[in-house]
Design a protein around this ligand. Structure first.
Ligand code: URA
Length: 216
């Protein structure tokens, strides 16, 4: 895991497998099917890393030979919350890792002129004492990410119970996010160079939603 001195709340998961798969995803000619599959695989690898500090408790387990206090994840089931629509490409992978997780949805689209987030759907499991993993492959302007965390905080989820998982981030977006939510950790596979004038991440991978769903 790598850090950038500018962004104390950003963690870059630079595992060679993650980096290799991301390079393949960036390629213009990678098919929808392969893109989706690679995103799923990367999400599994990233999910493994970001759940490393989940608290454990024990439960009595009878093996065929003895009874032990065996470690199990403490507390309520995790909540996975994709930011629609591209976040769904990551929530599927996370659900494979944590099949009993609850799933919420936050629907936000980017106004094409202002690039500001416009909310059209929020459905969440009960927020009391639950860890939330928000996911969206791209942190570009950072506005949708800030908005999604606002939604959770307004419902009383404490910042230490929120993790934000993305694939690629632009420094501009991370800066916006960090100013709004310096207390929420963001995990990415890459911190890219910059945003272009259309708010696309450079080098990036294009429009993640279009590449996941095969739309234009
Ligand atoms: N910016 C990008 O570069 N890609 C997206 O999918 C969204 C914003």
């Amino acid at each position: 895991m790598k850090q950038d001195p500018r962004f104390p709340n950003l963690f870059i998961l630079n595992h060679p497998l993650i980096q290799h798969k991301l390079s393949h995803m960036r390629e213009h000619d990678t098919s929808t099917r392969t893109f989706r599959e690679l995103l799923r695989e990367i999400t599994l690898l990233m999910g493994y890393e970001i759940t490393r500090d989940l608290p454990l408790t024990t439960r009595v387990v009878k093996t065929p030979l003895v009874t032990i206090d065996a470690p199990v994840i403490a507390g309520k089931k995790l909540a996975i919350v994709p930011i629609l629509r591209a976040g769904i490409g990551m929530s599927d992978g996370l659900l494979e890792l944590v099949p009993s997780a609850r799933v919420g949805h936050i629907g936000v689209f980017r106004d094409p002129d202002t690039h500001e987030p416009v909310e059209y759907l929020v459905r969440l499991p009960d927020t009391n004492e639950r860890t939330f993993i928000l996911c969206d492959p791209m942190v570009a302007t950072g506005n949708s990410a800030v908005h999604a965390v606002d939604v959770l905080k307004k419902r009383g989820v404490p910042s230490e119970q929120i993790l934000f998982l993305a694939l690629v981030a632009a420094p501009e977006g991370v800066e916006v996010f960090q100013k709004a939510h310096p207390d929420v950790k963001v995990y990415v596979a890459s911190l890219d160079s910059h945003l272009n004038e259309d708010a696309y991440i450079i080098p990036g991978l294009g429009d993640a939603g279009d590449r996941i769903f095969g739309t234009k």
